[in-house]
Design a protein around this ligand. Sequence first.
Ligand SMILES: C[S@@+](CC[C@H](N)C(=O)[O-])C[C@H]1O[C@@H](n2cnc3c(N)ncnc32)[C@H](O)[C@@H]1O
Length: 395
Amino acid sequence: METNHIIELISGRYGLVPRDDWSRRLESTLQTMVENPRAGVNDVQLDAMLRECIAPLTVPESYFFRHPEQFKVLVEYVRQRLRDLAPGERMYFLSAGCAEGQEPYTIAMAFADHLSPTDLSRIVIFGSDINKHYIAKAEAGVYANWSFRGMDEATIQRHFTRREDGQLEISPRIRDMVKFKCLSVQEHLTLFVPSWFDGVFFRNVGIYMNAEAQKGLYRRIRFVLRSGGLLFVSPSDMPPDRKQFVHHPDESAAVYVAREHEPEEVPLSPRVTPTMVRQPFHEATVAAADAAVAKPEDPQDYIERGQANMEGGLYEEAAADFRQAVFLNESDHIARYWYAFSLQQSCMPRRALIQVNHLVQKLVAVQPQSTLLSDGLTTAEELLRAVVDLRTRIR
Ligand SMILES: C[S@@+](CC[C@H](N)C(=O)[O-])C[C@H]1O[C@@H](n2cnc3c(N)ncnc32)[C@H](O)[C@@H]1O
């Protein structure tokens, strides 16, 4: 693949505006790829390859308590919201384009300093970045002085220990509050159902993107934010659309409140490509269907008969089989996927969507994401991608 083609792909996929030095910066990564060629590149490998190429093109500039006024707004908002929530209900936050973790760790520190331990246990923070080196650094949680520009000494003392090499290491307590993922913001946002988040940080990331990509991402962020949830950008970022967000009453902070409305599904371009669930249809034979009739209480038999029915285009019959398989084993995510799939094929979008939303919630909670599911072939992450793609096709 030519350098210019890769630059076009990166720019198209991630919305980033190419810079003059990109060809030069890409040289050594491309050289490594030429030396270690992959046989046949599928879409998922292409994603991984582009993420590798993008690594030398990104800028990790970040520091703790950047735009400090925003964290006051955040803590105040969370305190109020926790009072309104049912006991045990959680609040979710995302730092998209989190660089080496300074931003999500700041969120964690702000909460640790102002919430009770019980309230703290109800907070979940995700951090993601397209650059795997930054995510590795974030997970390690070790920083040089430059990252502490915005921080007072007392806060540093509370949450870091100084190492022999002079760098500061974040406390395990704060580190454990953040779940990191190496994903583009485009990919990460597709993994969440509507109204999932209470707050999304998307600061100093959009500035590297073209206007259309930024607008698309704001729309998508509105989709995953609950009404009244907060969007944090940087003062130098393009503000979001007023139809979707209003400025927070504290106008000094670049914080926006998601307007009240029923969020619509906003497909991202490009979509996350599903890794097809790897159990092939053709293995579901008529013989399996007969076997299913002989032993009707085994969920696997229903799955096989359902697949045979799907092969024959009998989607409603297939849906009835998969429904039975799910009834017999509620935690079989693969069976539920096929149930949702056959419902969608049978023009039952509402029912398909219920199953899909249920699956997304269950699958994001599977740790590690590389866990193999009931077919012994498909990982939780792969099925999640397939489910997310299915959702984009439900109309
Ligand atoms: C300047 S840093 C901002 C870090 C942090 N949000 C802050 O404001 O301090 C920009 C980060 O965005 C990441 N980035 C750029 N494009 C991205 C994309 N499409 N998806 C996810 N991360 C992206 C870069 O790798 C980099 O770590």
